[in-house]
Design a protein around this ligand. Structure first.
Ligand code: GSH
Length: 202
């Protein structure tokens, strides 16, 4: 197996944090999205949408979508469990992971795309879209903050895929100059703690 990766982008980061938490080592090859290496005909054969990460399987086929890749690896390597162990635990982890990706990471990406100078020449930016995304981000962070409460990890007492996604989202938010509101005390505490884990450096 091999991973096509880009250090600096959130979805690949989510996967690297997951691998580090699991103690899995899979060779990575960097594909630079800034210089559009992911848009070459050769790379588009691996993922027609051009997105990273991509997992190359031993039969030479390719798996895209970070969550599908993580779920596949989790099925191959169930220990330590990162998506819970009972039906209800697994549902709760997935519920939170979806909120962290669709509500937090995706909103940060929308703000980034509509405000950051790096994106200015690449697509049409809209202040209204940025404001909508900021509001959506705040609403989702409020939910996550309440769910975390005083527990050590996003979905409870041990790390899960929800931590991987939230960490990648908040690290990307720093890069995107979307500051985390100090009012979200539980998320801020969790974020400071997770930064100390070796997987945060992945
Ligand atoms: N939903 C996909 C998103 C993949 C994606 O868009 N990745 C970004 C990096 S976070 C990317 O490669 N962007 C560059 C591009 O699409 O050209 C996933 O979760 O893997």
């Amino acid at each position: 197996m091999k991973i096509y990766d880009f250090v600096g982008a959130p979805n690949p980061k989510k996967l690297r944090v997951y691998l580090a938490e699991k103690g899995l080592q899979i060779p990575c090859e960097q594909v630079n999205i800034v210089t559009q290496e992911n848009r070459t005909p050769e790379f588009l054969k691996k993922n027609p949408l051009g997105g990273l990460p991509v997992l190359e399987l031993d039969d030479g086929s390719h798996l895209t979508e970070s969550l599908a890749i993580i779920e596949y690896l989790e099925d191959l390597h169930p220990t330590p469990p990162m998506i819970g162990t009972t039906p209800v635990e697994r549902a709760r982890v997935r519920e939170l992971e979806r909120i962290c990706e669709l509500g937090v990471l995706s909103s940060v990406a929308q703000v980034f795309q509509n405000t950051h100078p790096f994106m200015a020449g690449r697509l049409k930016q809209s202040p209204d879209a940025a404001e909508n995304a900021r509001n959506r981000l705040a609403a989702n962070l409020k939910v996550v903050d309440t769910k975390i409460g005083d527990r050590p990890f996003v979905a409870g007492s041990r790390p899960s895929i929800a931590d991987c996604t939230l960490f990648a989202a908040l690290e990307f938010a720093e890069f995107a100059q979307v500051p985390l509101d100090p009012a979200f005390k539980n998320i801020n505490r969790w974020y400071a703690g997770f930064k100390e884990r070796p997987s945060a450096q992945a």
